[in-house]
Ligand binder design. Structure first.
Ligand code: DNO
Length: 353
């Protein structure tokens, strides 16, 4: 596996100087943030990320994300032009060494939580989703904003988008995903890039918007649209794992055996009876997911893709972008290193026996 860390570029309070001090850290996961979704990224911006990482002893070889414009997801308006721009972005990032592109196909909103700073008994804070709080949220009120969302929508625009998705429905969204994959994956393949779709977070419809990258059946359907390692998954344990119907170690085992996981986002969540969940420390006993079983499944299947510790809590007085501080993600990376080292030793011993 290749250990990686997400970095938000020049404005990220977490510096590359610090990131490189995490043991076994290799790759930087980043993106060009100075253009709107759908636009072509400038080569200068891409080259700057690659160069800056290299100067810090790190490799920029994973993009998260190249956003998919709503016109592509809705199959309308400037869809054809946005698809061309998307392909051009893949060619451009590949030119500067990128091997994996993470993206998602969630309508309107990226990941959703009801609170970003929920305090736990140990004084740390983390992101949570409480069904009770969700019931009181109106995304059209204009008061709602979360770091994963594009905050630039005006109320009227949002209303129109909601109506368009209601009309499109799940099967319509599948149709547009199919078109996207059939156009984009061959370009990625030719450039040596693996496209890695991120599951919907949480993996069920929210605010009445359709969501399709949610469960094993749908992941199978998505992978079958273009049967190539260039059409792969970002298997995010926390996103898929906040629904009880997903068995994460089993899914990791299956898709790693098929060589269809390009990128692992590893984090733990604590699931509640009513479907609410809290983001927790990576360590298995802190949440509902068996981290050792997840890493074992990867190692058993010779996984050699990218791994990143996902959302961390805020600890030790750190402030910053919710989920993306340094300390708890660094602890996550160190813990994952330990699990991988042990599993690899055991696998090696089995092979030599
Ligand atoms: C959340 C992230 C997501 C992810 C996108 C991929 O912290 O994992 O925002 O980057 O869904 O396109």
């Amino acid at each position: 596996m290749k250990m990686s860390f997400r970095w938000y570029g020049a404005d990220d309070p977490v510096s590359l100087e610090y990131i490189r001090q995490i043991p076994n850290m290799r790759s930087i996961v980043s993106a060009v943030y100075d253009v709107k979704p759908g636009q072509v990224w400038s080569e200068e911006s891409i080259a700057w990320i690659a160069r800056t990482c290299e100067e810090n002893g790190l490799v920029f070889d994973v993009v998260e994300s190249i956003p998919v414009h709503e016109d592509i997801k809705l199959g309308r308006g400037n869809c054809a032009q946005y698809l061309e721009n998307y392909k051009e972005n893949i060619r451009r990032v590949a030119k500067y060494g990128v091997k994996c592109v993470c993206y998602n196909f969630m309508p309107v909103f990226d990941w959703t939580r009801t609170q970003l700073d929920r305090r736990a008994v140990d004084g740390s804070t983390s992101l949570v989703m409480y069904m009770e709080q969700l019931a009181g949220l109106d995304p059209l009120s204009g008061e709602l904003s979360l770091p994963g969302w594009d905050a630039s929508y005006q109320k009227e625009e949002l209303r129109e988008l909601f109506a368009a998705y209601a009309e499109l429905g799940e099967e319509g969204l599948w149709r547009n995903l199919e078109r996207f994959l059939k156009e984009v994956v061959p370009v990625a393949e030719a450039c040596g890039v693996r496209m890695a779709i991120h599951p919907d977070d949480p993996p069920y419809p929210i605010f009445g918007l359709p969501r399709i990258i949610t469960c094993e059946k749908n992941l199978d359907r998505m992978l079958a649209i273009v049967d190539s390692p260039a059409n792969s998954l970002t298997l995010c344990t926390g996103s898929l794992g906040c629904a009880a119907f997903n068995d994460i170690p089993q899914m990791v085992e299956k898709y790693a055996a098929m060589d269809r996981i390009a990128f692992m986002h590893i984090r733990n969540v604590k699931l509640m009876e009513d479907g609410s969940f809290e983001e927790r420390a990576h360590y298995t006993a802190c949440g509902s997911l068996d981290m050792a079983a997840i890493v074992q499944a990867l190692v058993r299947n010779g996984f050699d893709g990218y791994v990143r510790p996902d959302h961390g809590r805020m600890i030790w007085g750190e402030t910053g972008k919710p989920g993306y501080g340094l300390y708890d993600r660094a602890l996550g990376a160190a813990y994952l290193n330990g699990l991988f080292e042990m599993c690899e030793k055991e696998e090696g011993a089995k092979r030599n026996a």
